[in-house]
Design a protein. Structure first.
Ligand SMILES: [Ca+2]
Length: 184
């Protein structure tokens, strides 16, 4: 009998809790926490990414990854072409998305020729190029970040990296690793 009473009380408490949740502001219920991409460091190849062929480098001892064994690489062939890599994530209502990534730039260029544009497109806003990196972006791994800001509705965010390479006048390669997607 005692058990029944306890269960009944628990059920009543649950009802109360559920009922009161409707009166809370939405921010109290949203899970704006943590890194949400399944393969931020390319250790699983292009899983979780939309990418062109041969964009992931694995286990190059002479040109190692930022972390792990793999990274994505753009341009670097002295051929006139485009290369693109991107991914889409869901940003719950009232969450901010911060995309952080590391880039290393290896070059023989002495002026801007090949470049890597990094953009973040969010539902309801025009797509924006946040970074336009070129030969002078540095041969050491450097960290960059971009954010979505918050909105009262759920949104889709598309992060993309587009390299434009021109044949002649030197060659630049852009290596990208640890592209994390963190909600806050
Ligand atoms: Ca990696």
């Amino acid at each position: 009998m005692k058990t029944l009473v306890t269960l009944a009380s628990a059920a009543a408490l649950l009802l109360l809790t559920t009922g009161s949740a409707h009166h809370r502001p939405p921010t109290a219920e949203t899970p704006c926490r943590g890194q949400i991409h399944t393969n931020p460091g390319f250790e699983r190849g292009t899983t979780g990414w939309t990418a062109g062929p041969r964009m992931v480098v694995l286990g190059d001892a002479a040109r190692p990854a930022h972390t792990g064994r793999a990274y994505a690489t753009f341009a670097g062939l002295d051929v006139t072409r485009y290369e693109q890599l991107g991914t889409e994530v869901t940003v719950p209502a009232n969450c901010n998305l911060t995309v952080r990534f590391w880039v290393r730039t290896l070059t023989t260029e002495t002026r801007r020729g090949d470049f890597l544009n990094v953009g973040l497109a969010v539902t309801g806003e025009p797509p924006k190029t946040r970074f336009s990196l070129a030969y002078d972006s540095g041969p050491q791994w450097r960290e960059y970040s971009m954010s979505s800001g918050t909105a009262t509705t759920e949104r889709t965010a598309w992060a993309n990296f587009v390299a434009t390479e021109m044949a002649g006048n030197g060659v630049t390669a852009f290596d990208v690793d640890d592209v994390t997607f963190t909600l806050s």
